[in-house]
Design a protein around this ligand. Structure first.
Ligand code: FAD
Ligand code: FES
Length: 277
């Protein structure tokens, strides 16, 4: 295992949208090593409740203006329970316990023209760094920047406009952003996968979000013959392959078997996921 454990000071913390916050952590070694699609486990020190760490995707690395080197990581999170509610109270100078980089990250895209990223709920968070990696505006994991595709379209669906977080970041990173909302308060009224179906097929799809959205995306990708990778947000206890709390069924030659999302994912080929057991 090549992950590292750190006590990382908080250098920024602010609200981005309804119940949605960004926390920036000073962690130079982690920031140098982490790639888009990977995640970290985060725990609040000196507390026994919550005892267990929680997984969070890399939103992006923070680049020091003087050195041009990554010195921190940004995490964007939605407040849903105990840990995320406590995280919303973090202020500059607090510290968190963090370990990573974890998981496999996004694979190389198929095709050089157009990649489609599809996000639902808080599933947009892994895609800012991914857009920058795909368009070659930033290098990750110690690698120099390299342009992988000409264009990236982000399809991002939210419950209602107030929850849309990071839209300006995605546009500034160079993605064409297509929005949808369940109640029609922003973008296309309805499901983000329906909006995707109205557009030309990208050469590769990547998705992150609630399971019904991922299932619909996998189905559409299969019907349109588009390679598709999905980042799963399965609850995790250890993040490093020990506890087996994060398993998901994956197809095998003779049926299906469980894989640990933390070490075998969180990014899986959609065609390999076993939706019905
Ligand atoms: C690889 C990975 C990356 C993630 N990246 C992010 C991210 O960038 N931003 C972000 O906000 N969240 C992300 N998550 C989800 C995040 O880990 C959970 O929201 C967090 O653990 C909730 O902790 P809590 O103590 O606040 O809530 P808890 O008190 O643990 O749970 C509150 C409620 O939410 C439900 N819940 C908890 N975790 C999940 C989950 N993963 N999926 C569905 N329901 C859940 C519980 O069943 C409960 O009903 C990621 C998860 C994974 C596995
Ligand atoms: S979270 Fe413990 S094995 Fe995956």
């Amino acid at each position: 295992m090549t992950f590292q454990q750190h006590y990382a000071p908080v250098t920024a913390s602010f609200k981005m949208a309804a119940s949605t916050y960004l926390v920036r952590l000073h962690a130079p070694a982690l920031a140098e090593a982490i790639r888009p699609g990977q995640f970290v486990m985060l725990r609040l020190p000196n507390r026994t409740d919550p005892l267990l760490a929680r997984p969070f995707a890399l939103y992006d690395t923070f680049i020091d203006a003087k050195t041009g080197r990554p010195t921190g990581i940004d995490i964007v999170y939605l407040v849903v329970g105990k840990m995320t509610a406590l995280m919303a109270e973090l202020t500059v100078g607090d510290a968190v316990e963090i370990w990573g980089p974890l998981g496999n990250g996004f694979p190389e895209p198929v095709g050089r023209e157009l990649v489609g990223l599809v996000a639902g709920g808080i599933g947009q968070t892994p895609f800012l760094a991914h857009i920058r990696e795909l368009l070659g505006t930033r290098g990750y994991g110690g690698q120099p920047p390299r342009r992988r595709v000409q264009r990236v379209s982000l399809y991002y669906g939210v419950r209602t406009a107030a929850y849309a977080a990071g839209v300006d970041d995605f546009k500034a990173a160079g993605a064409d952003v297509h929005l949808a909302s369940n109640d029609g308060t922003i973008g296309h009224p309805g499901f983000i996968t329906d909006l995707l179906a109205q557009h030309d097929a990208p050469q590769h799809l990547f998705g992150c979000g609630p399971e019904p959205m991922l299932h619909a995306l996998a189905k559409q990708a299969g019907q349109r013959g588009i390679p598709c990778h999905l980042s799963l947000e399965t609850p995790m206890a250890c993040g490093v392959g020990i506890c087996f709390s994060c398993v998901t069924p994956v197809k095998t030659d003779d049926g299906w078997d469980y894989k640990r999302v933390c070490v075998d994912g969180p990014v899986f080929d959609a065609a390999c996921l076993q939706w019905e057991k």
